[in-house]
Ligand binder design. Structure first.
Ligand SMILES: [Zn+2]
Length: 178
């Protein structure tokens, strides 16, 4: 079983007292005139999800995640707050083939979330898992909900717990892969 991390009791209690507030997420202060990394440059050339197909798929994944309760509800709230602040940008796979998504560890004012448009449209739920495999050929399927849980952990300061970087502490339990 995965580590049942409960790393943010102070944040959880502050969320309880201030619904909607999320101190892990700030308006992004990325300087798109001078991006500091390839990921920042891709974020700057990306756009927020459209309201026709992309945003509804993301909202459904977040609703499923929140329904799992506890830390998963907080992770879903973190992503919702990033959406509200337009910190989540989509990219096309050809621009950044290495990853399904990316977010810097720990959030803050240079916080952003990059999400592959392919994850949103081709792998929206457990019935449509990706055929991702790790370096040894072991299946490591991904879904939109699973990737969002993974990146939300990063935004909240949690790093990988496996050598391949497939898992963060809450990736699996807050995903829809069982
Ligand atoms: Zn990661």
């Amino acid at each position: 079983m995965l580590l049942q991390a409960r790393p943010f009791p102070d944040l959880a209690s502050s969320l309880a007292s201030a619904p909607g507030a999320n101190p892990a997420v700030a308006d992004s202060a990325l300087d798109c005139g001078h991006p500091g990394s390839r990921e920042e440059a891709i974020w700057c050339s990306g756009v927020p999800p459209d309201s026709v197909h992309e945003l509804p798929a993301i909202r459904l994944a977040l609703d499923r995640m929140a329904a799992l309760g506890e830390i998963c509800r907080l992770l879903a709230a973190t992503i919702s707050e990033m959406l509200r602040r337009r910190n989540l940008h989509l990219f096309d796979r050809a621009e950044y083939p290495a990853a399904a998504a990316a977010a810097p560890l720990g959030g803050g004012i240079r916080s952003y979330l990059l999400l592959s448009r392919e994850m949103v449209l081709a792998y929206p739920d457990a019935a449509h898992q990706s055929a991702n495999v790790d370096s040894r050929g072991t299946p490591r399927p991904e879904t939109l909900q699973q990737v969002l849980a993974h990146e939300a952990d990063h935004v909240r300061g949690l790093d990988h717990i496996d050598p391949d970087g497939y898992l963060t502490p809450n990736t699996h339990q807050c995903s829809d892969i069982r």
